[in-house]
Design a protein around this ligand. Sequence first.
Ligand SMILES: C[C@@](CO)(OP(=O)(O)O)[C@H](O)COP(=O)(O)OP(=O)(O)OC[C@H]1O[C@@H](n2ccc(N)nc2=O)[C@H](O)[C@@H]1O
Ligand SMILES: Nc1ncnc2c1ncn2[C@@H]1O[C@H](COP(=O)(O)OP(=O)(O)O)[C@@H](O)[C@H]1O
Length: 295
Amino acid sequence: MDPTTKPLTEAAPAKINLYLHVTGKRSDGYHLLDSLVVFAGAGDRLRYEPGQEALHLVLAGRFGAALSDAAGPDNLVMKAAAALEAACGPDAQVRGGRLVLEKDLPVASGIGGGSADAAAALRLLNRAWNAQVDHATLLRLAEKLGADVPVCLASQSARMEGIGEELSAAPVLPACGMVLVNCGQAVSTPDVFRKRDGAFLPRAPLPARWTDAASMVADLTRLDNSLEAPACVVCPPVKTVLSAIEGLPECLLSRMSGSGATCFGLFPSVQSAQAAAARLAQAEPGWWVWGGGLV
Ligand SMILES: C[C@@](CO)(OP(=O)(O)O)[C@H](O)COP(=O)(O)OP(=O)(O)OC[C@H]1O[C@@H](n2ccc(N)nc2=O)[C@H](O)[C@@H]1O
Ligand SMILES: Nc1ncnc2c1ncn2[C@@H]1O[C@H](COP(=O)(O)OP(=O)(O)O)[C@@H](O)[C@H]1O
């Protein structure tokens, strides 16, 4: 097959906030955050098939239908493509064709599916169009697409501050497993931020590395997700999901990710997380449940 017409794909892994402290608020209404972000083996997948027709998006996967009204220019994938095209130099080979998004992450669920898709589109089309837009420029485009898009650009664990644009090294993470659970109710990020009240939380003290899951969990237990309480008001089933995760064998910690409603559990190993996820999926067939490891 001609390499320029070969399908090109990018993974768009789920983003998990292991803790999330709202540390302040800017005058424009955006909140200042301190968060440890990691990426799970669960994710969407974006494929590009170059062609003569104008660039367009096709949705597939378990949650493709949930987004079918949003396959147009407002989809974050198409916004990312337009932003990249505008930033391309004269030597780029910008082409049409179709982008196929395998949407396997629940939509509006606190694990940054849309942000991961946008970041995947920037990486994929930069490669496919031979656009050679440098990383600093890609980061600037990412910031404009959404607060979570910069961290999704590298899709590697990072400490995230500012409103999402200040990225620094995360502690070296120990081997561990993760379970992700979503009850099926979409949650609006602005609604949850609006419902937050109470004091701002401090920037967290973090070590350079955790050698085992138990010491990571001991530190994380002293930290919080500032958005968990307001999300429980917006979406009460979050509380049920958190108790269900906490009750799973070998669960070390259960917490909500981002603005919800997806919650995660940390486990000592990938195997224990997979076994716990299988058990929960059987007990709650209406929930989205995933178990595995981190990227
Ligand atoms: C809360 C977080 C934590 O990682 O994750 P999610 O719950 O979305 O996954 C993110 O900060 C969300 O990032 P993202 O979903 O890209 O947010 P954006 O589209 O930029 O903003 C949506 C809205 O959320 C609020 N917002 C977002 C980020 C931020 N630091 N402060 C805010 O107040 C604003 O009301 C904004 O209008
Ligand atoms: N490719 C996409 N995937 C998911 N949501 C998208 C996408 N493009 C636009 N959106 C819109 O972005 C909003 C946030 O979606 P998402 O990124 O899944 O939320 P969260 O960051 O809370 O996980 C949704 O309301 C959805 O309609």
